[in-house]
Design a protein around this ligand. Structure first.
Ligand SMILES: CC(C)(COP(=O)(O)OP(=O)(O)OC[C@H]1O[C@@H](n2cnc3c(N)ncnc32)[C@H](O)[C@@H]1OP(=O)(O)O)[C@@H](O)C(=O)NCCC(=O)NCCS
Length: 165
């Protein structure tokens, strides 16, 4: 499947908000106790045809660390997620960041496989972090993939020299 990757622009903000709401339950993402509003972040979108969105990544650069805040692919297994991670990684590393960081949840084994196949390493497990995040974002589901209780955050990072993208 042919798709294009482009940066999100200011006029995309409403669409980013709607996309995040559709895929993450509401308009915010909570990671390590921080509430992010992806519509206010930089990002890349994967498009097909007449600007149909099939994937979105948003990120945030601070203190020479680039954080992948959200990543979604609607057409799984076709390279969309990889292309979006590659775009964010290039952006971060070109900006001088020493790492690309992201957080996923304990149930999300497809994401753990995906990230590790792309060179990310697990650098920390934060027990109970999602239980605390629910105070900030009550819409986070209690059960995730395979009905596993969603409780913990798993933190991963990609270093420039381990980039398999
Ligand atoms: C994780 C995600 C972004 C991957 O996007 P994608 O477009 O399918 O990614 P790609 O097609 O580039 O790569 C797919 C890779 O993921 C791996 N993968 C994905 N789901 C898998 C599963 N259920 N079991 C095994 N491997 C899986 C495959 O091994 C594949 O690697 P390969 O190409 O080397 O075989 C997508 O599944 C998604 O949007 N998930 C829901 C949201 C999410 O979990 N976001 C990230 C964590 S916060």
């Amino acid at each position: 499947m042919k798709f294009r990757i482009r940066r999100t622009k200011a006029p995309d903000a409403r669409r980013v908000r709607a996309f995040v709401r559709e895929h993450w339950g509401d308009e915010t993402i909570v990671a390590h106790g921080v509430v992010f509003q992806p519509e206010k972040l930089k990002g890349f979108v994967a498009e097909i045809g007449r600007a149909e969105w099939i994937g979105l990544a948003t990120y945030h650069i601070r203190d020479l660390s680039c954080e992948l805040v959200s990543l979604n692919s609607i057409h799984e297994g076709e390279g969309v997620g990889t292309a979006l991670v590659r775009a964010v990684a290039e952006e971060g590393f070109n900006a001088g960041c020493s790492r690309l960081r992201c957080v996923t949840t304990n149930d999300n084994f497809p994401a753990l496989i995906f990230y590790q196949k792309r060179g990310f390493r697990i650098i920390a497990v934060h027990p109970g972090a999602v239980e605390r995040a629910r105070i900030l974002k009550p819409s986070i589901p209690l059960w995730g993939i395979e009905s596993i209780p969603i409780r913990d955050e798993i933190e991963l990072e990609l270093r420039p020299d381990e980039n398999h993208n």
